[in-house]
Design a protein around this ligand. Structure first.
Ligand SMILES: [Zn+2]
Length: 107
């Protein structure tokens, strides 16, 4: 299963390469065939913002619900939530959305 490059129309990106191509605001990754840069489209930006809002809400709940005796536990939980949200948005970029031309261009 491979993703289509928006420049040459060939299926050149593996899900992992697509995930590593970054978001619309990044410089993207060059296509193995035509060498032009590709990144993930707006879908991944919307998804990332939803995920970060959810993660933020969970972190706030943990932060305000925990007392001093649960400090270690709650910081582990917060770290886990941050890790999970990164993993989830990475997986989204691997399997959903399509590749587009980055808005930023290398000079
Ligand atoms: Zn290409």
């Amino acid at each position: 299963m491979k993703y289509i490059c928006p420049h040459c129309g060939e299926k050149t990106f593996t899900p992992l390469q697509k995930a590593l191509a970054g978001s619309y605001r990044s410089f993207g990754k060059p296509c193995p065939k035509c060498g032009k840069r590709c990144c993930n489209g707006m879908g991944s930006i919307y998804f990332d913002s939803i995920i970060s809002i959810i993660a933020f809400v969970f972190i706030m709940i943990i932060y305000f619900k925990s007392d001093a005796s649960q400090k270690t536990q709650s910081s582990i939980l917060i770290a886990a939530i941050i890790g999970i949200s990164f993993a989830v948005s990475f997986l989204f970029r691997m399997f959903f959305g399509k590749l587009v031309e980055p808005i930023r261009r290398m000079q």
